[in-house]
Design a protein around this ligand. Structure first.
Ligand code: FES
Length: 101
């Protein structure tokens, strides 16, 4: 795993998200009660969770067919069990936001 700078501080507004490509992976970074990073691609049919996924509390809703994931754990919150998006560590440093991908 490698720490990669993805954004400047302030690039991701509170309550919103952005998608970044890091090490060939699409990663969604959420600014909601701190910064959180997950695989950005929904496990249903490859919908992009950021920036269009609706965020409510700890939950992001996929914009395509409305699956719900916990942005802090990556767990799917709907009826299917055992589906989880990979979670990545985030570090907010003086010069920007870094993801360990
Ligand atoms: S692609 Fe996300 S719910 Fe279908």
């Amino acid at each position: 795993m490698t720490w990669t700078k993805v954004a400047e501080k302030g690039d991701i507004q509170s309550g919103s998200s952005k998608e970044f490509e890091v090490e060939g992976k699409k990663i969604a970074v959420f600014n909601q009660d701190g910064f959180h990073a997950l695989d950005g691609i929904c496990q249903h049919q490859d919908g992009s969770l950021a920036p269009k996924g609706k965020i409510e509390g700890d939950i992001v809703e996929c914009p395509l067919h409305f699956w719900h994931y916990n942005i802090k754990t990556g767990e799917l919150m709907d009826y299917l069990k055992g589906i989880k998006l990979k979670k990545y560590d985030v570090d907010v440093r003086d010069d920007g936001i870094y993801v360990d991908a």
